[in-house]
Write a protein that binds this ligand. Structure first.
Ligand SMILES: NC(=O)c1ccc[n+]([C@@H]2O[C@H](COP(=O)([O-])OP(=O)(O)OC[C@H]3O[C@@H](n4cnc5c(N)ncnc54)[C@H](O)[C@@H]3O)[C@@H](O)[C@H]2O)c1
Length: 439
């Protein structure tokens, strides 16, 4: 990730193609949202790149530009979208089917959405057991499927007259995979693709194709995907930005907002029980124990890292943390997440916090996809390569350099993100020391 202070950033000229793996609830809510914003029907609420500001210099300087005016981001009018899915439905039909956005709004966006037809997916049902579809590529082996993707990406870029591309995985959560010996080097990874090795999941084939095509890659699901040495090496070698894993929305977003607050006041934790009811296709896929296992790992690690029981054993040793997701069709995308938090305070007296978050998963995820597409493109033009830890802000399970633990506290993540932008533009980093005001 290293990048020089005040580095040269190539201008955002021409069209930015956003390639989405998976054209489901999140992707269609994102695309429809951007199209609605382009037409002036709505505002980009929830998007830091569009609505966020950044303070520069001293508090008395009054320099607080919008982030999008401070760093050269691509403009929404220059964004075009492509996708792969195992179902052949256009973005319009897929959005209707996902049921997140109202029919009237989608009706007004019919024209741009109908044009987006998903390309045939690289898919294998052994990695997502609850799904089967027909819009799927065939090939001799996984290496050949990757070559098909590489050719298709080049053709798509030419046809859509794009100057730059980014790829984001917003497809279903795959089964839990552990790092395997074949993931160690690029050679062993490519050989394993030729051998159709089961340690190579479809998401890895897309990531490989992106990195071979010179495209930065973000992973919105908890799958291992690009978090393996072979693909991290490939990203480094080809000077490409990568980040993941698992968009931080809903319950985990609340956890990373509340847990740092409890810790900052030295309040203890006996236990945190989280349960969800969710009725969309994501919920259906996560009803399979192997896919849920991948999600569970990603959701569970958050509290351990924020609360640091090894540093504060009197407050956080052995707290109980349980996470459940229940597939409940009537609820659709409008998830309900309950948290029961058993805390303790002065002299060990117990207290409870209850949260009932009636959230809309894809409404929370869509602005993350937008920000990631724009920031990955920025990182690329600024010459930032490898794991982009400053984008941890957007992920449940942030990818880091090997051996480094992830930072989960959302306030530290935001400070890191903004300081990275200041660093890129040669501005002073903000430490909040503030002694100069009292000299
Ligand atoms: N919505 C959220 O708040 C949120 C938060 C964090 C992570 N995620 C993750 O984002 C992903 C997308 O979520 P969603 O709600 O849009 O789910 P969804 O089920 O609505 O959409 C996923 C789409 O991916 C397609 N797909 C599956 N495997 C594919 C493959 N190999 N190639 C191409 N397409 C494939 C499916 O057919 C489906 O249309 C899931 O992995 C989910 O866990 C979502």
């Amino acid at each position: 990730m290293p990048v020089a202070k005040q580095s040269e950033i190539a201008p955002a000229e021409g069209r930015l193609g956003v390639l989405l793996v998976g054209l489901g609830a999140v992707s269609t809510t994102f695309i429809a949202g951007v199209e609605a914003i382009k037409k002036g029907f709505a505002q980009p609420i929830g998007s830091l790149t569009q609505m966020g500001t950044i303070r520069l210099g001293k508090r008395t300087d009054n320099r607080v530009p919008l982030i999008k005016d401070f760093v050269p981001l691509a403009q929404l009018k220059d964004m075009v979208f492509g996708a792969w899915d195992i179902f052949p439905d256009s973005a319009y039909d897929a959005a209707l089917n996902a049921g997140v956005l109202e029919k009237e709004l989608l009706g007004q966006l019919k024209e741009p959405l109908r044009k987006i037809k998903p390309m045939k997916a690289v898919f294998d049902q052994s990695y997502v057991k609850r799904l089967s579809g027909t819009n799927v590529k065939t090939g001799k082996n996984k290496f050949e499927l990757a070559q098909q993707l590489i050719d298709e990406i080049a053709e798509w870029k030419r046809k859509n007259k794009c100057s730059r591309l980014v790829m984001i995985w917003a497809a279903s959560t795959e089964i839990f995979l552990k790092p395997h010996a074949v993931h160690k080097t690029l050679d062993s990874f490519e050989q394993a693709m030729r051998d159709n090795h089961k340690a190579i999941a479809p998401s890895m084939i897309y990531a490989y194709a992106a990195l071979k095509s010179g495209i930065p890659f973000a992973n919105g699901a908890p799958n291992l995907t690009v978090d393996i040495p072979a693909l991290m090496t490939l990203a480094d070698k080809n000077k490409l930005a990568i980040c993941g894993k698992d968009f931080k929305t809903g319950q985990t977003l609340m956890k990373t907002i509340i847990a740092p607050g409890l810790k900052s006041r030295m309040l203890g934790l006996h236990g945190w029980y989280s349960t969800n009811i969710l009725g969309n296709r994501d919920g259906e896929v996560l009803d399979d124990p192997d896919s849920f296992k991948t999600k569970e790992e990603s959701k569970l690690s958050v509290l351990e890292y924020i609360l640091q029981p090894e540093v504060y054993p009197d407050l956080y040793k052995d707290f109980s943390h349980v996470v459940r997701i229940n597939y409940y069709p009537p609820r659709g995308d409008n998830k309900e997440g309950w948290d029961n938090i058993d805390i303790f305070g002065w002299l060990g007296y117990p207290m409870q916090i209850k949260i009932d978050f009636l959230c809309r998963d894809s409404i929370l995820a869509a602005p993350i996809v937008l920000d990631l597409a724009l920031f990955l493109d920025l990182a690329q033009r600024a010459g930032m390569k490898g794991v982009q830890e400053w984008l941890s802000f957007y992920f449940k399970s942030p990818q880091t350099a090997p051996g480094l633990y992830p930072e989960h506290d959302i306030f530290i993540q935001l400070m890191k993100l903004k300081n990275t932008l200041r660093h890129l533009r040669g501005e002073d980093l903000i430490t909040h020391l503030g002694l100069e005001y009292y000299d």
